[in-house]
Design a protein. Structure first.
Length: 286
């Protein structure tokens, strides 16, 4: 049974990698490359080298990753690197042997940037959903994150992608290549965030009140939502208060706020985004 489970997992990873990298390859070759649009990361470097030398984007991207694989091996671990190398090989093959043979889009560059971003974002989501990676900038950002934990992955990505986009503008001799590259990056990021987190995103209300149990009771009766009550002390007044944490769906958060102020007009209500919530009433833990 355990062996069957392993093979089933590998088959699932392979299917998701093929589908994801097909979408990614179409976005790069059919839309981004044909319209002279820069992208970030190592794929962007592959497009730049392809523009100068004509070498295939997938093969160049794979070669660029080899030094990163050697440098990151001891930091990121064997299993992560093996899974990533598998995805990178599939990406290279599909991009150069499949996507490169498809008809290219030669219309409006803004539409091309948006389509490339949506397709590449969708492809990356399929890979990320299986815990995979496409290497490149991921190797650098994750390795640097281990060495400098006080900095965020987002900061590393912004620096790396920004350098690649600026370099592309210089090599292409076209500032619009960089500007449309920013549109591509925005669309790609939005798709990843919305598909992976947005569909299941919830809201989290932090309610500071002197009537915690009454507020929790009202919300429970009206919305059938529970909460967590934590003792708190107001630093300005020095009075004992309650902190009520209440996770709910996006369409319930407005009523949660109204009910909190109905129970206690002086309550302080703070609302934040919760990308994913696991547990009773929300997603079931995997």
């Amino acid at each position: 049974m355990k062996e069957q489970s392993i093979w089933r997992t590998l088959a699932g990873d392979l299917i998701y990698d093929i589908l994801g990298m097909t979408l990614f390859g179409v976005g790069i070759y059919v839309f981004a490359r044909s319209s002279g649009i820069a992208t970030g990361g190592f794929t962007g470097l592959g497009l730049i080298i392809n523009h100068v030398t004509g070498l295939p984007v997938g093969a160049v991207t794979l070669l660029l990753n080899i030094p990163c694989i050697l440098l990151s091996y001891r930091i990121l671990g064997k299993m992560f690197l093996l899974r990533t190398v598998k995805t990178m090989v599939i990406q290279s093959v599909i991009m150069d042997l499949v996507a490169a043979r498809l008809p290219v889009y030669t219309g409006d560059r803004l539409l091309a940037a948006l389509c490339a971003g949506v397709l590449c974002g969708g492809g990356l989501v399929l890979v990320y959903m299986r815990g995979g990676s496409t290497g490149g900038g991921d190797f650098l950002t994750l390795s640097l994150r281990r060495l400098f934990p006080h900095l965020s992955i987002g900061q590393f990505n912004i620096v790396i992608d920004g350098c690649v986009l600026c370099l592309a503008g210089l090599v292409y001799g076209d500032i619009e290549a960089t500007l449309y590259g920013l549109v591509y990056a925005f669309a790609c990021t939005q798709v990843i965030d919305k598909v992976m987190y947005g569909a299941g995103s919830s809201k989290l209300a932090f309610i500071i009140t002197e009537h915690g149990r009454e507020t929790a009771s009202v919300i429970g009766q009206e919305l059938h939502r529970g909460g967590t009550l934590v003792p708190a002390i107001g630093t300005f007044s020095g009075r004992q208060k309650d902190l009520l944490l209440c996770a709910c769906s996006r369409n319930q958060i407005f009523r949660v706020r109204k009910l909190a102020h109905k129970a206690d007009p002086t309550a302080l209500v703070m609302i934040s985004q919760a990308d994913e919530v696991f547990g009773e009433g929300f997603k079931k833990p995997e």
